[in-house]
Write a protein that binds this ligand. Structure first.
Ligand code: AMP
Length: 177
């Protein structure tokens, strides 16, 4: 079985969580399978093996699970992007739209320098708002984005269209509906 097929099988959909109408993709069964996680990390790293990635920016909260493993596989450092007010040192911020209102993510201002080449990782891309804000964080400190990396793309939400299409993009699994 391909890695993508194994991941598809190991992720379960929880209807109406955390809100009515949301089909929540629960990746925890996949995470409990050590051999599969190792395969997943290899598959996520492979497209960026020669991209000169120096930092992997993982997005709170589930982006924190695979991003450090992906960073290690690429010989890069891990940088957390967190919800507003969680990071203790000086931060840069980027806002993004939610269905109702806006949200803000932050990263330490000194976590990434102009010399860095940054891969942005999250578990899932839905509308693309979070990943777009993450790219803004990287741009605000003058660093280059190597590309985007996701475990799962909810393709019917067209989040990919929101991202800078000049940048590399990789997702292991596409969910079409
Ligand atoms: P977005 O900004 O709309 O692309 O949303 C991406 C973020 O929301 C990621 O951090 C995901 O973990 C989370 N997310 C969005 N939709 C789902 C879903 N159906 N199941 C699980 N997580 C989701």
């Amino acid at each position: 079985m391909s890695t993508a097929a194994a991941v598809t099988r190991a992720i379960r959909t929880i209807p109406d969580f955390p809100y009515p109408g949301i089909q929540f993709k629960d990746i925890t069964p996949m995470l409990a399978d050590a051999a599969l996680v190792a395969e997943v990390v290899d598959a996520l790293a492979a497209p960026y093996a020669d991209a000169g990635v120096t930092k992997v920016l993982g997005i709170e909260a589930r982006g924190f699970i695979l991003a450090p493993l992906l960073a290690q596989a690429l010989g890069a450092g891990f940088v957390p992007a967190r919800k507003q007010g969680k990071l203790p040192h000086t931060t840069v911020q980027a806002a993004y739209a939610l269905e109702y209102g806006t949200d803000v993510i932050e990263m330490h201002a000194d976590a990434i320098s102009e010399a860095d080449i940054v891969l942005i990782h999250d578990d899932i891309i839905a509308t693309g708002g979070t990943a777009t804000a993450a790219a803004e964080l990287v741009g605000s400190v003058g660093a280059a984005v190597a590309g985007y990396s996701f475990l799962l793309e909810l393709a019917f939400l067209n989040g990919r269209d929101e991202l800078d299409d000049a940048l590399a993009y990789h997702t292991l699994v596409r969910v079409e509906e």
